[in-house]
Design a protein. Structure first.
Length: 256
């Protein structure tokens, strides 16, 4: 035997037990007894309160007199010494529970709503009316909280969709900017290459006025005298270039 503290989900522990013990003396409706029958476990219960009305002693469970430790010990020994009988009681208890206790939560809530709206004295119930009203109001409040949470989830999902759309647009804009930057870079590279080609072409066509190329393309020799470049439309006196008596360039030579 093991005594445990509060368990949030007791059903696994109930399924692992060989039998269930309910020691309540004045309980009007034993929910633990119903859970035990639904799980197919034999229940040992007190023969007092409203529990005996729910059970069949010796068939769906075993009863004992409240306060009688000897009788309680005997009931436990009966189940421990005869596992087959304990199994038969568990099967009968499950069948009894499945037939007798079939009220769903929605049906129970509907009954409680009717009781909460009833006029005083029209129906006599063992539960105080303010308790019934509190249960109904609590359920309504819970439903409202669930609806608010669902609305908040939908709002967050919509916000997430908007952020995803903005991210896609930003990615597309970034790709467009990169393409434009590549086009600008390519255009500048092409313009620079064209300018260099024009500069080289101008250099190739700009020869000194006294250029002399010999037939055998000898190495150019400096005569030591100053010469002025011949630039169309520009006096030779304004040139500061050095004159050569004879000059040969390999790029202008041809084979004899």
């Amino acid at each position: 035997m093991r005594i445990v503290d509060f368990i949030h989900d007791p059903y696994p522990a109930m399924l692992a037990a060989d039998a269930l013990l309910v020691c309540s003396r004045n309980e009007a409706f034993g929910r633990v007894v119903v859970d035990g029958m639904k799980l197919g476990r034999p229940v040992i219960y007190t023969a007092s309160g409203g529990i005996p009305e729910m059970m069949r002693d010796g068939v769906t469970g075993l009863s004992y007199t409240p306060g009688s430790v000897e009788e309680l010990a005997d009931r436990i020994e009966e189940l421990a010494d005869d596992p087959d009988r304990a199994a038969r009681i568990g099967v009968a208890a499950k069948q009894h529970g499945d037939v007798k206790f079939v009220c769903s939560g929605d049906q129970l809530l509907s009954i409680l709503r009717d009781l909460a709206c009833a006029e005083p004295g029209t129906r006599r119930v063992s539960m105080p009316k303010h308790v019934v009203t509190a249960i109904v109001q609590g359920h309504a409040q819970l439903e409202q909280e669930v609806a608010d949470q669902k609305a908040e989830i939908r709002h967050q999902q919509d916000s997430l969709k908007g952020l995803r759309k903005q991210l896609k647009q930003a990615s597309a804009s970034e790709a467009d900017l990169r393409t434009r930057l590549e086009d600008i870079t390519a255009s500048r590279s092409y313009a620079l290459s064209s300018a260099l080609r024009v500069s080289r072409r101008s250099f190739d066509l700009y020869f000194p006025g006294d250029l002399h190329v010999s037939r055998d393309c000898p190495r150019p020799t400096r005569t030591g005298s100053r010469r002025l470049r011949s630039v169309p439309g520009r006096p030779e006196s304004q040139s500061n270039s050095t004159s050569y008596g004879s000059l040969s360039e390999n790029r202008h030579c041809r084979a004899p």
